[in-house]
Design a protein around this ligand. Sequence first.
Ligand SMILES: [Zn+2]
Length: 263
Amino acid sequence: MGSAKKLRDLVLAKYPRCIYCNGLSNTIEHMPPRSMFRGKQRPKGLEFGCCETCNMRTRNADLAASFVSRVTITPSGTNEFNEVKGLYALIKGRIPELYSQFSRSQTKIIKAAIPGPYVGFTELVEINLGTPVISRHLTAFAAKLGMALYAEHTGEALPEGGAVTSYWMSTYGVNRERIIETLEMLPMYETLKQGKNVANDQFQYRFNTDEKTIVAALSDFHNSLYILTIASAVPEYHNVPKGHPTQAKTPLGGIAHSLGHTA
Ligand SMILES: [Zn+2]
């Protein structure tokens, strides 16, 4: 048996139920996705069982989150620039309703206004993070992340009746005091690393958990996109007071629905 197949079998044995809908797992889900990492050099870890339907139907959420996290006016080099350009081209093909909202600026001014934060792509494109289309995709990504971290730290998929409360914010919208407050509640730290490849500048999170019913985490993608997730199997934890404009609650099995899939 090849080592890739072996790893796949191990992951599917560990997570026989899809971590997003509790259906039968038959694919491997990487959360965060490879596209989040420079050169797709994603360290091993955070691999889960997932059904093919969830895997396919939520991949545009991954794409949107990778793009929003990695787009910058100061790319680290030609490779980074070209990769982000590649993500942009993928969005054009796969999420045209999102692509059509990006506006090409005639000026070289990058708007970093609040409310309605903007990030710049080279000097030509403005992306308004305040629109419903981007919000839908980032909320779906946040729910995925919450369910994945729940699986990672409890050892199994979120059960029926479980849900994720999440909110996301970009660097431009960050209330730093709030982040520090949240960080203080989250004592543990993780990132992805494999040998010398430590990806903490691309993805890291602080979290707290009872290892049974709840996993709360604040994740940082490229020091640009921050996502708070509270994933719980227990309904008492689902009613989090509204504290942020992007806050949403997504039940197990509800991610594809939030992206517009009805069946
Ligand atoms: Zn599924």
